[in-house]
Write a protein that binds this ligand. Sequence first.
Ligand code: IMP
Length: 195
Amino acid sequence: MEKILIATHNINKVEEIKDILKNKDITFLTLDDIGYKNEVIEDGKTYFENALKKAKEISINTGYITIADDSGLEVEALGGRPGLYSQRYSGKGNLGNIKLLLKELKNIDNRNARFYASVVMYFKNDKYISSDGEIKGKIIDEMKGDKGFGYDPIFYLEEYNMTMGQISKELKNEISHRAKAFKKLWQIYEDSLDI
Ligand code: IMP
C-alpha cells in the first residue's frame, strides 16, 4: 500500500487530517512515526508559501510523498490578524493567544472572522498539487466547549449555534477549513491518477 507522510508535529492536526482522509487506500505516516525531528522555519509571506516549503523540504529529506498545511485565524476588525502568526500570536501559548485576542477585541462590535488553511502535496522534482479552504464564524467573549484545539472555543458558528469547541469532531472534520482543503486536495490527486 502506498505511504504518504503528513508533515506536522501538531498532534491535534494529525488526528484531524487522518480522520478527514479516512477510508482511503493509503497508509498515512506522521513525522513521529518516522522519527523526523527537524523543524522547518515558517518564514513565508503566505500560508501557501509555508505549506509548500514544509512539504518540499520534508519530502526531499525523507523521500516520501508529503502533505503539509499552514493555517490561521483571520479577524476582520484586526485587518486579518493574527493570520499567519496565529500560533505565535501572544508568545504565551494557546490560552495566552485567546486572552490577547479578546483584549484586542474589547469594545469592538465587528466579530467576523474566518479560519483559513492552505495545503500542499509534494511529489518530487517540483511537482505538487495544492488546495485551500475556509470557514466563517464570529469571535465570542467566552470560551465554550472543550473539543478541538487552538481558537476553537471562541469561534462561534451561527449555523449550529455552537462554537467550534462544542461541535463533535465528526462535524468539525466535515465542515472545517482543513476538511474543505484536504477533501479538495484529495479530489485533485485522484483526478490526476486517472490521466
Ligand atoms: P500552523 O498551521 O501549524 O502554523 O498553526 C496555525 C495556528 O492557527 C494553530 O496553532 C491555531 O492557533 C490556529 N488554528 C489553525 N487551525 C485551527 C483550528 O482548526 N482550530 C483552532 N485554531 C486553529
